[in-house]
Write a protein that binds this ligand. Structure first.
Ligand code: 2M8
Length: 442
């Protein structure tokens, strides 16, 4: 008979092999010649921050494909450096709104002319992903000049964010639309959203509701407001110079990823024999500026409205992601909040997206309660860096297991693990795959 620990290891290895095989199958099914779609029905184009998570997973099985994923994304980069939220598949324009015919990006000065893109952006996790992809197979990365190719593109992207997007002059980048946060209907945007008109000019089409339950997606009223803002931004030439633009938010998730990515750029520069100090300085400046977004009563960071300087008082997953920053000073308090009643509470399987003690917490509604695989993965990365290996392993174990058990869902109930949103979701598969590799590599 096998001793217990040997059997447990064998069981885990067998489970990991099943997770890896099924994850690869999902990523393969969602591959479209140059890139991976987040989901075949609900999200039929290439999404910016999804591609970074996806490429991190892909790098474990095909560094070449991970490189293609990033190349396809940067084919959509604008002259000002912005990396667009979406690069559209011209054959799927009817299947997602707003699509290429809404943005008409090629008519906007400074946009790429070979592809159709959105004018907005998404959280800047790209340099972090590029560095991880390199680390997964440095020899292959060097053979393909992967870092040489991506470094200047990434620097240009960050220049756009630290320049044009520092609308509040605080050293933090502003997002100009909830879609830019990646956490679209997060309670962080509720107050500012009350000031946004819902009477957009575009006729509201909701192809998303063919693929996900209406109770798990933003409401029609929210969509009216999303379109109103997108129209206003587009009609101002996406130039970030509209003086009365009403949605200018400083988000802790977005800015943490910018700082983490600056640190990755420093590592990339060093690897390329270039000076990296300026990147480290920028990461430090962002970390310091983020301090103004810390809310002591909640024990986490929150978002600030750059139009009037007010800080929102809500605990969301966005406010815990600064755990990834090496020099942030509230680590202990953040860990207490993470493990306390607002989030893990001793019984959650993955990290809820919103304060579980809030009256309007809803464990099935998109970014207003459910647990998302990318967020729990980032928290696990942070815990590992902090030396909390058991806690990190707990989250990673559940990422893989829940992904496999529920057909790679978009998000899950944090306590029961019940699946919500679409299925065969690419970043769920990519990060489940990544966790199996981390587990099996000493
Ligand atoms: C969701 O956002 C899109 C708009 O970008 C949507 O709801 O239609 C978010 O979860 C976002 O974080 C994600 O990048 C995107 C595609 O997976 O879907």
């Amino acid at each position: 008979m096998m001793p217990g620990n040997v059997r447990a290891e064998a069981d885990q290895a067998e489970l990991d092999a099943r997770i890896a095989a099924r994850s690869i199958a999902v990523l393969e099914a969602n591959w479209r010649k140059t890139h991976t779609v987040p989901a075949a029905g609900l999200y039929p184009h290439q999404w910016s921050w999804d591609s970074s998570f996806i490429a991190v997973g892909l790098s474990r099985v095909s560094p070449r494909r991970a490189g293609q994923e990033m190349d396809a994304l940067f084919a959509g980069q604008w002259e000002d450096g912005r990396l667009p939220q979406i690069i559209f598949d011209p054959h799927r324009d009817q299947d997602y709104a707003p699509g290429a015919s809404f943005w008409q990006s090629r008519k906007i000065p400074g946009s790429p002319k070979q592809v159709d893109t959105a004018g907005l952006v998404q959280p800047p996790n790209h340099a972090w992903a590029v560095w991880k992809i390199h680390q997964a197979d440095p020899a292959e990365s060097r053979r393909r000049s992967f870092l040489e190719r991506n470094y200047p593109r990434l620097v240009h992207w960050h220049e756009y964010l630290s320049g044009r997007r520092d609308r509040g002059g605080s050293g933090l980048a502003c997002i100009v639309h909830p879609w830019e946060s990646g956490t679209d209907n997060s309670p962080l945007w509720d107050t500012v959203m009350t000031r946004i008109p819902a009477d957009c000019k575009t006729t509201l089409d909701r192809p998303d509701l063919q693929h996900a339950d209406a109770g798990e997606r933003p409401s029609q009223k929210e969509y009216g407001k999303y379109f109103w803002m997108a129209e206003r931004y587009r009609d101002h030439g996406c130039d970030d110079a509209d003086p009365d633009y009403p949605f200018l938010m400083e988000d802790p998730l977005f800015n943490t990823l910018l700082a983490v990515s600056e640190l990755a750029l420093a590592d990339i520069a060093t690897e390329l024999g270039l000076p990296g100090e300026a990147h480290r300085d920028r990461a430090q400046r962002i970390t310091t500026a983020l301090e103004e977004l810390y809310v002591a009563e909640l024990g986490c960071y929150s978002a600030r409205d750059a139009t009037d300087g007010s800080v929102v008082h809500k605990a969301t997953i966005n406010g815990l992601i600064p755990l990834l920053l090496p020099d942030q000073v509230h680590t202990q308090a953040l860990l207490e909040t993470l493990n306390g009643p607002r989030f893990m509470n001793g019984n959650a399987l993955m990290v809820p997206s919103y304060d579980a003690t809030a009256e309007d917490h809803n464990p099935a509604l998109y970014w207003r309660g459910p647990a998302w695989f990318n967020m729990s993965w980032m928290v696990a990365e942070a815990l590992e860096r902090l030396g909390l290996t058991e806690e990190a392993a707990f989250l990673r174990g559940n990422i893989g297991r829940l992904a496999l058990e529920h057909d790679f869902p978009e998000y899950v109930d944090p306590w029961t693990g019940a699946a919500h949103g679409t299925r065969s979701f690419s970043w769920t598969a990519a990060l489940a795959l990544e966790t199996t590799y981390v587990r099996s590599t000493p």
